[in-house]
Design a protein around this ligand. Structure first.
Ligand code: ARG
Length: 466
């Protein structure tokens, strides 16, 4: 990055009588971070120049020179040959100035009928739109991995928890589909945000529109927007889409942090429910026995930083008067970092998910240890005509007896069970098995293996139809 002192080259230098203070120049510059918008800035400029040509403000030759110049600049940037300058403040003025250097006076005509305010509003929407598309792709990869895992483990039994106490047996596939549901809502939120955001602010100019006979529909169409925005003041000041993405991103991270917490618990020797392959774990420099679930832990930790960016963006916009204010330059770093973080965390999960190996025996044993079929015994007694509250009492006593004998309900003898109710017969043992318990819950949304497979099929069809 060069630091030419530059009072002469400032595009807005006309009304100034002394050069910018060196510190102020650095303080107000954004090029260090907004240069990542170069691709979208160039695309926006090409659309703008094309439109200026169509309405006769630029000649055909001028439009062609501008497009060739911008493409050459894009190539320089891609090849790492472009020299960014802090004194040119931001990505927009760096590229415009390079264009003029390259093609001469025609370059100075590009900014006709536009301002950096609608320019940056356009660039950032184009950037966010692309990033949402790529986040959705990675999210889909993770969703498909969950569907595969759920299908593979539709019959695998584990304890289901409430209050982190063993509650009822469920299937591992059912648990994976609960995660899937969270991500499916996340995908919907990303798509909503994209659709609401996809309108072109180009032409709003500084704040009030422009006196040139521009065609806003043309630039909107060229850039793939649904149409132009409808109010120039709002166009240059609105950053709702950044906040919406951050809010959707915070929820994604909240979900990933919940998956992470469960993976961390499940890989512990206390639970010992799953195996996470070595390539997703690290060791300890002092304790040779350790294999730590670093990836889930780190994802869980990164939730804080995305939540922080959401608060930063909300606070940035709070009380801002219309229209554009320099405050808005502060939208970029939180936005970029939250997108980068989301991309990495979703990738980590999409890569890791297919590698998760449930330990079936340990999970089944844990379900048995926790009296997970107690509700099934109560339901059995209700079917024999006992009111639910009385059945609850009978089962409570049976469980207490089982604890004293260190036996699961299914391991008690019939005569032991009949101490608590004469209604209990030999057929009780089918409902007391873990398999009998999960199979009994076979309505929509229940944990029965057939329902897990039905949910997988439902979502496979839905994802394929998009
Ligand atoms: N770098 C600025 C930003 O990111 C571009 C817009 C500057 N506009 C202005 N009137 N100073 O917001």
């Amino acid at each position: 990055m060069s630091d030419k002192s530059s009072d002469a080259i400032k595009p807005w230098g006309g009304r100034f009588s002394e050069p910018t203070d060196a510190f102020v120049e650095r303080f107000t510059a954004s090029v260090d971070f907004d240069k990542r918008l170069y691709h979208h800035d160039i695309n926006g400029s090409i659309a703008h120049a094309t439109m200026l040509g169509e309405v006769g403000i630029l000649s055909e030759q001028e439009v062609q020179d501008i497009i060739n110049g911008l493409e050459a600049i894009r190539e320089d940037i891609v090849q790492g040959r472009f020299e960014w300058s802090v004194s040119l403040e931001d990505v927009h003025m760096n590229i415009e100035s390079a264009l003029t250097q390259r093609i001469g006076v025609t370059g100075k005509k590009l900014h006709t009928g536009r301002s950096r305010n609608d320019q940056v509003a356009t660039d950032i929407r184009l950037y966010v739109r692309d990033e949402i598309d790529s986040l959705l792709e990675t999210l889909l990869r993770l969703q498909l991995a969950l569907l595969d895992l759920a299908e593979r483990e539709a019959d695998t039994i584990m304890p289901g928890f409430t209050h982190l106490q063993t509650a009822q047996p469920i299937t591992f596939g059912h648990h994976m589909m609960a995660w899937f549901e969270m991500l499916e809502r996340d995908a919907g939120r990303l798509r909503d945000c994209r659709a609401r955001m996809n309108f072109s602010p180009l032409g709003a100019a500084a704040l009030a529109g422009t006196s040139y006979p521009i065609q806003r529909e043309t630039t909107a169409r060229l850039l793939g927007f649904s149409g132009p925005t409808r109010n120039s003041l709002d166009s240059v000041s609105d950053r709702d889409f950044a906040i919406e993405l951050a809010a959707a991103g915070s929820l994604i991270m909240t979900h990933l942090s919940r998956f992470s917490e469960e993976l961390v618990l499940w890989t512990s020797s206390q639970f010992d429910f799953i195996d996470l392959p070595d390539r997703f774990c690290t060791g300890s420099s002092i304790m040779p026995q350790k294999k730590n679930p670093d990836v889930p832990e780190l994802v869980r930790g990164k939730t804080g930083r995305v939540n922080g960016h959401l608060i930063a963006l909300l606070t940035l916009m709070k009380s801002q008067p219309l229209a554009y204010n320099k405050d808005n330059q502060e939208d970029k770093e939180p936005l970029f970092d939250l997108i980068d973080t989301l991309r990495d965390c979703l990738k980590a999960y999409a890569d890791m998910m297919p590698a998760i190996q449930p330990k079936k025996e340990q999970m089944a044993r844990a379900a048995l240890k926790g009296y997970a079929t107690a509700t099934d015994l109560a339901d059995y007694l209700v079917r024999k005509g006992i009111p639910f509250r009385d059945a609850h009492e009978v089962v409570g006593k049976s469980v207490a007896y089982g604890i004293s004998q260190q036996k699961d309900l299914s391991e008690l003898r019939l005569d032991e069970l009949r101490q608590f109710s004469q209604q209990i017969d030999e057929d009780v043992f089918t409902v007391l098995t873990l398999e009998g318990s999960v199979q009994a819950r076979r309505h929509i949304g229940g944990t029965a293996p057939e329902q897990v497979r039905a949910a997988v099929a439902h979502y496979r069809a839905l994802l394929a139809s998009r």
